[in-house]
Design a protein around this ligand. Sequence first.
Ligand SMILES: *Cc1c(COP(=O)(O)O)cnc(C)c1O
Length: 414
Amino acid sequence: MPTPSGPTPGTASSPTQQAIASAEARSAHNYHPLPVVVSSADGAWMTDVEGRRYLDMLAGYSALNFGHGNRRLIDAAKAQLERVTLTSRAFHHDRFAAFCEQLGDLCGMEMVLPMNTGAEAVETAVKTARKWGYRVKGVPDGEARIVVASDNFHGRTTTIVSFSTDPEARADFGPYTPGFDIVPYGDATALEAALSDRTVAVLLEPIQGEAGVLVPPDGYLRRVRELTRERGVLFVADEIQSGLGRTGRTFACEHEGVVPDMYVLGKALGGGVVPVSAVVSSAEVLGVHKPGEHGSTFGGNPLACAVALEVIAMLRTGEFQGYAAELGDHLHRELGLLVGRGGVREVRGRGLWAGVDVDPALGTGREISERLMERGVLVKDTHGSTIRLAPPLVVSKEDLDWGLDRLREVLAEG
Ligand SMILES: *Cc1c(COP(=O)(O)O)cnc(C)c1O
């Protein structure tokens, strides 16, 4: 099993240190990356500029569900690079129809509206729900409301941070977009009370990723589905991080047997190669858009479609979902053994996705992440003393166990 060796990261004037210093001098400090400088990657492993190897237990926030350098995805991208990469939507191209048809079929829905980043897809969902509200539901102009959950993460645009409850994400970015009602996540009674005849949509993450991989109480999503159906409100599931195999199913909503009115997808849809996002829904809902009313220069471009088509083909067999479910059971069994002793307060999640609350006495999530990095495992902390584990779905059981051993060492160190 590869273990990192060589100079400690952060040694003065090491290639690592130099690269970090240069980046910090010339980039905005809107991130606080771990002090590792990656230069190549393969499968579940990344290699830094000094040749040290690390097990990737973050997988680009689930953008890399199929691993680094996935052969099928790289081949699909290369073949498309040689043919045509961009047409803009001013013209048709020959990968577009297949992408829409196959993504729609994967979701069991009729229509697709492609964008690039997750935040753009959420913006598209918001615009679509509002327009549907005015044109189909009959909400008076300018009065549409959307119910969202506390501790949500839906992206970084001005409208999306307007309904964030995280002061870090929101402060100093006003004035804020109105039209959103925030209710506590997981509380169906509060959600019901927030619905009015002006409500056009409920927008939720079926599992809240950035909040610490929070799984709502059993029956919550089912109740949201019932309430939204009864009240003629669209149920919009932001599956950008939870979807496409991560939880052991194609969509996290499936764990409760729930089908929303609209899926918002991103991250893994682009296979870790290109940004690809989409809103997928019925013809009644997405049919509200007319030419010129919404769009994106890069949305649905040939390269994006070619890579996403390969992603969809890989998901169609159910093989990745099955593997994530099986190895996820193992992951949660092993993590469960650490709860109450071994320095872990609580573990949440589904499939190959876990939020681990470390005893704050052992350090902040950041400090735990740094100690794991020194041992060759890359994770990302969220709030306080929570670390998030989300390895690529191609990680082997042996590698995952190796990573868990490193976690046990760090926790035992105290
Ligand atoms: C990452 C994420 C987004 C935003 O995606 P970007 O591609 O970073 O804009 C939105 N919703 C959820 C649930 C996410 O995890």
